[in-house]
Design a protein around this ligand. Structure first.
Ligand SMILES: O=C(CO)COP(=O)(O)O
Length: 244
């Protein structure tokens, strides 16, 4: 499966910095698909900057409704209109900061699929849940609650991001990543059948140039969702290179 290396820029950078970073990524085509997800306000500029290159652009969230009185929100169609092809949904920071639930993430994912955006649905356990031996169960519950019917058939992507590994420099052991990714594949194939054999399963949480090759070589790890290291072009491109 061709790996996907996705950068989640979160709430970082100015408009000028976003355009510059996008320009720096343009020449970086490799054996992996590249995606960057800037803040909403920078999407159009980044789409312009990467035009003609293989770099795709995504949003970091969208509303579940197609339109309406939802002050401050952005619809899936607006993202697509701005040139985005993907959208990250259910990131743990949104689950924590905005109280997003599995059912809410599922509704947003349906909205994204309805307009032809590729959703990247995030799941992952907290440190307390891992220490209690509940990581696999938590991830399986999040998957079954957050993914709508037709998800795998439509090419949806899943990202496993242990909450305690995000921005901390800590990662699970390779065995632990492989175990969760194997469990996710089993759950998805059990629900969606053969289509889920091709579902890209990304790992996210402190992916850096130094650990990317080892993580990306694990079974059922089909790419990475990168936060901090995606803000430095050389680091993001080094991670992409490690993927293929
Ligand atoms: O949350 C993440 C990507 O969505 C991971 O962030 P870091 O790579 O900074 O740990």
């Amino acid at each position: 499966m061709r790996p996907l290396i996705a950068g989640n820029w979160k709430m970082h950078g100015s408009l000028a910095e976003a355009s510059r970073l996008a320009e720096e990524l343009k020449g970086g085509a490799s054996g992996a698909d590249l995606l960057v997800c800037p803040p909403f306000l920078h999407i159009q500029a980044v789409v312009s900057a990467v035009q003609g290159s293989a770099v795709a652009v995504g949003g970091q969230d969208c509303h579940a409704a197609a339109k309406g009185a939802h002050t401050g929100d952005v619809s899936a169609a607006m993202l697509r209109d701005a040139g985005a092809t993907h959208v990250i949904l259910g990131h743990s920071e949104r689950r924590a900061d905005h109280g997003e639930t599995d059912a809410g993430v599922r509704a947003k994912t349906e909205a994204a699929l309805a307009v032809g955006l590729t959703p990247i649905v995030c799941v992952g356990e907290t440190e307390a849940q891992r220490l209690a031996g509940e990581a696999e169960r938590v991830v399986e519950t999040q998957l079954s609650g957050s993914l709508p019917d037709g998800f795998a058939e439509a090419g949806g992507v899943v990202a496993y991001e242990p909450v305690w590994a995000i921005g901390t420099g800590r990662t699970p052991t390779e065995d632990d990543i492989a175990a969760i990714h194997g469990a996710m594949r089993r759950v998805l194939v059990g629900r969606f059948g053969k289509a889920a054999e091709g579902t890209r399963l990304l790992y996210g949480g402190s992916v850096k140039p130094g650990n990317a090759a080892a993580i990306l070589a694990l079974p059922h790890v089909d790419g990475a969702l990168v936060g901090g290291a995606s803000l430095v072009a050389a680091d993001f491109l080094a991670i992409a290179k490690a993927a293929g």
